[in-house]
Design a protein around this ligand. Structure first.
Ligand SMILES: CCCCNC(=S)N1C[C@H](O)[C@@H](O)[C@@H](O)[C@H]1CO
Length: 654
């Protein structure tokens, strides 16, 4: 719905007298009043108290619920990114449908009476796959991302010439709810410091959005030098533990007048697989917010609702080593991953209420939760048994291994196959030089799982084999660097592996379309397993099951499983890594599940080791803070009723 119609809708909802007072598009304005260090909205002093949520981490059916809760919390604005790679999956192919319907999300925000601070990038960071940049940019391996590299700018121009005209009608002065737009993202933290790039972006935004919209930049205090640009309003980001006075004083060097703005006030923090769950205390977060509001600053809380990295969408950081982000983006945010208000939300609402009106009326209750299980899964088959279906076009042949990007495989998995050129009797070291496994390699000889070689790790495998034995290497893309990348994060085998003294050549690459197989081909007439031993390593498990009671949000718990990917009724729920933690459960929104006895289907691709009992549980609470060592104690501490089945179900096997 275009904003003009929207304002008509609003005029229907409001008493006529008030409608006459509503400013029409020609008198609407959102500007910086440098004389009084404040914003003006329609000419009146205005301060935003905003919160971030990412439509791309929340299924569309849940958008209205989350936005209502944010409005009720006392926010008058929301802030969100637009991930380029979410909307342009292939060059020139655009997707703004379903959970990618950006305009529908803007409309939902308007209906919730929330203004919008939009951050369209082109780079967004956000712990999102490649910081929002599409991986197909890397099909030109020499491209210099986030610079005035002509190849990069050509792709950026082409994308923004599609996106920006879509949001133009939604600019506040045109009758919409977008009050400001960020150019790039923390550019000052990027090594390039390419001012012609930033000037190009600013010019493009002005050309496509006009002169009225407020354009701004956001940087940490150390990034202001390279991240700010004349003509763009300068803002900062910092968290509760940072020195607000010092940072705002530094900001004044760039914006001597105008409102103080913290565009990312961290209410929590991100999680990496294998590290402890991050939290920020309620007291610290609320104290910091109050101090900023007392100064008259406008603040956006990052995140107010984090959501989930479904599918393969998580990004990664590099802090000495490669650190993939977890599937949960709970962020210890005021609204939990499952959409439930936390004590932090109520505490923040109390602070906001000291400075501006907060809506009255009850907050919607937490969503209904459901426990179920245990559900015992059955072996569907080894990944290699489905190779023809997973790679219907057959393999690509090359003397040296090719990257995911070179074969146009954006996400997920690729199988690399070669044959042993001589018999190896003694266990012989196998490795990939220059840390060239991006990111995890599951190694098999004639279908027998040998172990894992992973990025950052120096460990080697020791292999034996016969002349002509198949050497299969399943490589998993764990998500491209979203921050801290001084070079492009190509995926796959970046160097030819070495076995003993032999550089392995003559490769076949099988880009695997696993999601298609799970969605369309299961249940299958099981293909014959061609090897004598039982399948080990990458294997599919599955089960169909009815839900006899009422359906609710639930948290899939996979005790004893190691690492893999999960689909529920064909929806890619994301990665699990029980062995690493800290996340032990995956959020399952209730709308994914069929009620009243209809059959639901869970499918796992377990990449390493399967528990003796291939069971999973559906819990009514998440477990996000149990690293592998902690996990055992945690599981012992869970009350019996949480762990044991609520009641065993009659499971119809398929
Ligand atoms: C280790 C953090 C990497 C840098 N990211 C930082 S500081 N952040 C700023 C960045 O702009 C935002 O998109 C988020 O990525 C946020 C962390 O949640």
């Amino acid at each position: 719905m275009a904003p003009k119609k929207l304002s008509c809708l609003r005029s229907l909802l409001l008493p006529l007298s008030l409608t006459l007072l509503l400013p029409q598009a020609d008198t609407r304005s959102f500007v910086v009043d440098r004389g009084h260090d404040r914003f003006l909205l329609d000419g009146a002093p205005f301060r935003y108290v905003s919160g971030s949520l990412h439509y791309f981490r929340v299924p569309r059916v849940l958008w209205a619920d989350r936005l209502l809760k944010m409005r009720w919390s006392g926010l008058n604005a929301i802030q969100f990114y637009v991930p380029w790679n979410y909307h342009e999956p292939q060059p020139g192919v655009y997707n703004f449908n379903g959970s990618r319907d950006l305009i529908a999300f803007l409309n939902e925000a308007a209906l919730a009476n929330l203004l919008v601070i939009l951050r369209p990038g082109p780079y967004i960071c956000a712990e999102w796959e490649m910081g929002g940049l599409p991986s197909w940019l890397l099909r030109k391996p020499e491209i210099h991302l986030r610079t005035s590299d002509p190849d990069f700018l050509a792709a950026v121009d082409s994308w923004f010439k599609v996106l920006l005209p879509k949001i133009y009608p939604w600019l506040y002065h045109n009758g919409g709810n977008i009050i400001s737009i960020q150019v790039e993202n923390e550019y000052g933290s990027y090594r390039a410091c390419d001012f012609s790039y930033m000037r190009h972006l600013a010019g493009l935004f002005r050309a496509l959005l006009g002169e009225k919209i407020l354009l701004f930049t956001t940087d940490g205090p150390e990034g202001l030098k390279c991240g700010s640009l004349r003509g763009l309003y300068t803002t900062v980001d910092f968290g509760p533990a940072d020195n607000m006075t010092k940072i705002f004083t530094l900001l004044r060097k760039y914006e001597p007048h105008g409102p103080l703005v913290n565009s990312e006030y961290y209410t929590g923090w991100l999680d990496y697989w294998g590290q402890n769950h991050s939290t920020r205390s309620v007291s610290a977060v609320t104290k910091g917010l109050e101090n900023m509001l007392k100064l008259g600053a406008s603040v956006n809380m990052y995140m107010f609702h984090g959501g989930t990295n479904f599918g393969y969408w998580n990004g990664a950081d590099k802090k000495g080593r490669f650190l993939p982000i977890t599937t949960s983006y709970d962020y210890d945010a005021p609204i939990s991953e499952a959409g439930d208000p936390t004590p932090k939300l109520f505490a923040l609402r109390d602070v906001i209420s000291k400075f501006q009106e907060v809506p009255l009326g009850p907050l919607p209750p937490p969503s209904p939760k459901m426990m179920l299980g245990p559900v015992t899964l059955h072996l569907v088959g080894h990944l290699l048994a489905f190779l023809d279906l997973l790679c219907p076009r057959g393999p690509i042949h090359s003397i040296l291994p090719m990257t995911f990007e070179a074969v146009k495989q954006d996400h997920g998995f690729m199988l690399y196959r070669t044959y042993m050129t001589h018999t190896i009797f003694e266990p012989t070291p196998f490795w990939v030089p220059n840390n060239g496994v991006h990111d995890r390699a599951y190694v098999m000889v004639d279908g027998v799982f040998q172990g894992v070689v992973e990025r950052n790790m120096r460990d080697k495998l020791f292999l034996t084999g016969k002349l002509g034995s198949k050497l299969d290497i399943l490589v998993e893309n764990m998500g491209r660097l979203s921050f801290g990348s001084n070079s492009s994060d190509f995926k796959g085998l970046l160097k030819p592996p070495i076995l003993g003294q032999t550089i392995l050549t003559q490769w076949m690459m099988f880009p695997l379309k696993i999601d298609n197989l799970v969605k369309w081909w299961f249940p299958l007439q099981l293909p014959k397993w061609p090897y004598p031993q039982a399948p080990s390593g990458p294997t599919f498990y599955s089960k169909t099951f009815p839900i006899l009671g009422s359906v609710g949000d639930t948290f899939l718990y996979l005790p004893g499983w190691t690492k893999g990917q999960v689909w529920i009724n064909g929806f890619n729920l994301g990665r699990y890594w029980t062995k690493q933690g800290p996340q032990q459960t995956l959020y399952v929104p209730r709308f994914l599940l069929f009620p009243r006895g209809a059959l639901n289907k869970i499918t796992l691709l377990e990449l390493e080791d399967v528990p003796l009992q291939p069971q999973v549980q559906f819990l009514d609470k998440p477990i996000l803070n149990s690293t592998s060592t902690l996990h055992r104690t945690h599981i012992n501490s869970l009350s019996a009723d949480t762990l044991s089945a609520s009641e065993p179900m009659e499971l119809s096997g398929h």
